[in-house]
Design a protein around this ligand. Structure first.
Ligand SMILES: [Zn+2]
Length: 491
């Protein structure tokens, strides 16, 4: 059942705007991994530009609703220099107001169905007004990929600052169970200070929600000293998919269809040439990944290039044999993509600290407008692996269902489709009568279930034999569109 309040919260009319902004807060690996100024042009560049922050990004999600702007801020990793970089970013983007408004008046704050309690700012609802201090938190959630120092270094300091203010604020941390265990020993915090951390444990391959954002963690193998429970994150918001994927060599348990077709993939590439001993993929591997995932855009970061000096021993080696500056690296990538004919189709950008990414299309998430009829055909791109197409053939009283993933395509035709008598979000259809036998039947049900993500339960069967059966995860807009489609065509 869809409750009316949920419908209201996700019902988007054209007058409401939505915005997604990704900021690269830092691009550096651990300082001990980049070499010296004398040896590496990349290090010389770091010294010259003074951009020292470790690899991290922020995803800001703005929604404008009835004159109010609400900005959600997800922070991914918090290595050295990240907190300062984030402060700079927020002020450059002019987001202080929409973030701080929520710390003061939070009555209209939509409650999150996240796994553990209210988001950070919602907790302030019941708190006394806290005078602004430099320790004021400016993110709703911190998502940690793994417990290496260059991904958590600033966290202890931040906790200490917060613990010194008279505040009830807690830092909402999302990470795997293993990562949480490692943090307990790696962070230098007293028991009292540790209480300022509010952990939500994430499980690989399961969606969780923060505000309007659906996120899935994916297990990452990060080489020989891979901390157990290392992860990367797939973020879905307003029909945009962003992959936050650094510090991995491989993704052992992933269903790659989850990674299919991202609007932006952020990849950590330690070197240009393959050097699996770094525990990270290379730029060379990133070329394969953007093709395999069909990434519309790709940012790379965490580059040191230090191990690429080893290729200098081989006089026949044609690729880079040193640590490149970021501009040189970009030129090398551009010319590779030009030579392989992939320029234009795939774009790889060498990310720099402070870089901003926004989706290409002007308006996002205008997806659902109930004043606009859907018609006979409904297409849904699921959050995980499928593209669905439903088409009603009025004249012959038939329905066609096409289910496609990267491997298979089902073309199914049914007779006499009808809406369930008791369930607005449920369709039935009979098997198509053939000369000798009947085709499979269909039951399709929209369920908000126990999961925080709407699910289309599709069951195609012939007698006791299953032809297709799966729970297809879809976004809130598509759930509304599905219901409207049923209403229009079967109502
Ligand atoms: Zn690492």
């Amino acid at each position: 059942m869809v409750s009316s309040s949920r419908t209201a919260a996700t019902d988007t009319t054209a007058s409401q705007k939505k915005e997604v902004i990704v900021r690269i807060n830092g691009v550096l690996p651990h300082i001990t991994k980049i070499g010296t100024q004398e040896k590496s042009e990349r290090v010389a560049e770091v010294m010259r530009t003074g951009k020292y922050a470790n690899t991290s990004c922020s995803i800001f999600v703005k929604s404008f609703d009835q004159g109010n702007t609400i900005t959600y801020h997800l922070l991914f990793d918090i290595g050295e220099g990240v907190t300062r970089s984030v402060e700079t970013g927020i002020s450059e983007l002019g987001l202080e107001d929409s973030l701080s408004i929520r710390t003061l008046e939070s009555k209209s704050y939509p409650s999150s169905s996240a796994t553990s309690g209210a988001p950070l700012f919602a907790q302030l609802q019941n708190a006394q007004k806290v005078p602004p201090t430099s320790a004021q938190l400016n993110f709703d959630a911190l998502l940690i990929t793994h417990s290496h120092e260059d991904h958590i270094r600033d966290l202890s300091d931040l906790v200490k600052k917060i613990s010194q203010t008279k505040t009830v604020q807690k830092i909402n941390i999302y990470c795997t169970r293993e990562c949480q265990d490692q943090l307990r020993s790696k962070l230098s915090l007293s028991t009292d200070e540790y209480r300022f951390l509010n952990f939500s444990v994430v499980k690989p391959n399961e969606y969780f929600k923060i505000g309007p954002i659906s996120i899935m963690s994916v297990s990452a193998y990060h080489g020989e000293d891979s901390p157990p429970g290392s992860a990367m994150y797939v973020v879905n918001v307003f029909e945009k998919k962003i992959i936050v994927g650094w510090d991995f060599l491989s993704l052992p348990d992933v269903n790659e269809t989850i990674l299919w077709n991202p609007d932006l993939a952020i990849l950590g590439t330690e070197t240009y040439n393959d050097h699996p001993e770094t525990g990270m993929i290379s730029v060379t591997e990133a070329y394969n990944i953007v093709r395999r995932w069909n990434a519309k855009e790709c940012y790379i970061l965490h580059y040191s290039g230090l191990k690429d000096f080893e290729e200098a021993k081989n006089q026949w080696f044609r690729g880079p044999v040193k640590a490149l500056s970021l501009d040189e690296l970009q030129r090398t990538i551009d010319s590779h993509l030009r030579l392989t004919g992939a320029e234009g189709k795939f774009r790889i950008t060498v990310a720099k600290e402070g870089m901003i990414w926004t989706p290409k299309e002007e308006a996002i998430g205008q997806g659902y407008d109930k004043m606009v009829p859907i018609g006979r055909v409904l297409e849904i791109e699921s959050l995980d692996r499928y593209v669905l197409k439903i088409e009603k053939d009025e004249r012959n009283d038939k329905m066609m269902l096409v289910i496609e993933d990267r491997v298979n395509r089902y073309n199914l035709i049914f007779d006499k489709p009808y809406k369930d008598r008791d369930n607005e979000g449920m369709l039935h259809a009979l098997g198509e009568s053939g000369t000798f036998s009947k085709g499979p039947e269909l039951v399709m049900e929209l369920s908000m279930g126990t999961s925080s993500v709407p699910t289309l339960k599709i069951d195609v069967f012939k007698g006791r034999k299953s032809v297709f059966k799966d729970d297809v995860l879809i976004n809130d807009n598509d759930a509304l569109r599905f219901k409207q489609y049923i209403q229009e065509n079967f109502g």
